[in-house]
Design a protein around this ligand. Structure first.
Ligand code: S3P
Length: 170
């Protein structure tokens, strides 16, 4: 297998599911595109948005996507919520869309013990109405680009990880 690429809206649980997947399949290694961009630039995502702006951040996502497609195999890659728009997404690996509706996602974020931190680090989730609008603009496109769609709303990450691995083997 090349890689598993987890896409979906902010806060749906891409990073959390990636950690479950690597625990179940020891051949896999976990990577996260936001973490990669922060390491590359030595700058937090929030600061990149505030100083360089969103277009600069999207260019860093495309650079990361190019590098991943050329150099990485056997990884489960959690991505930022807008990463699915990189032109070579499908060359990186099998694209898995983690699906949930906006209200479920919002409840997951605000119900987390570190909710304030989770919201603070996400420049596009500072205003709930704007985040909801962004979700409405994106959800069909996530589904269109995906090879596999996984419903996250059970919240049972262990069972969901099994389901992903089973679907990948088909
Ligand atoms: C973004 C999602 C964020 C991060 C950046 C932009 C988006 O990642 O990449 O703030 O456009 O949806 P998470 O999905 O991990 O929050």
């Amino acid at each position: 297998m090349k890689n598993i690429v987890l896409i979906g809206f902010m806060g749906v649980g891409k990073g959390a599911l990636a950690r479950h997947l690597v625990r179940k399949d020891h051949e896999l290694y976990a990577l996260d595109t936001d973490d990669m961009i922060e390491s590359l630039t030595n700058t937090k995502i929030k600061k990149i948005f505030a100083t360089a702006g969103e277009p600069a951040f999207r260019a860093l996502e495309r650079k990361t996507a190019d590098w991943l497609s050329k150099n990485v195999t056997n990884a489960v890659i959690s991505t930022g919520g807008g990463f699915f728009k990189v032109p070579n997404l499908k060359e990186i690996g099998t694209v898995v869309y983690l699906k949930a509706d906006f209200e479920w996602i919002y409840a997951r974020i605000i119900g987390a013990p570190n909710a304030k931190k989770k919201l603070k680090k996400r420049p596009l989730f500072q205003d709930v109405a704007k985040a909801r609008k962004l979700f409405n603009e994106r959800y069909e496109a996530y589904e269109e680009v995906a090879d596999i769609v996984i419903d996250m709303e059970s919240g049972d990450l262990d069972a969901i990880a099994d389901e992903v691995l089973k679907k990948l083997k088909c």
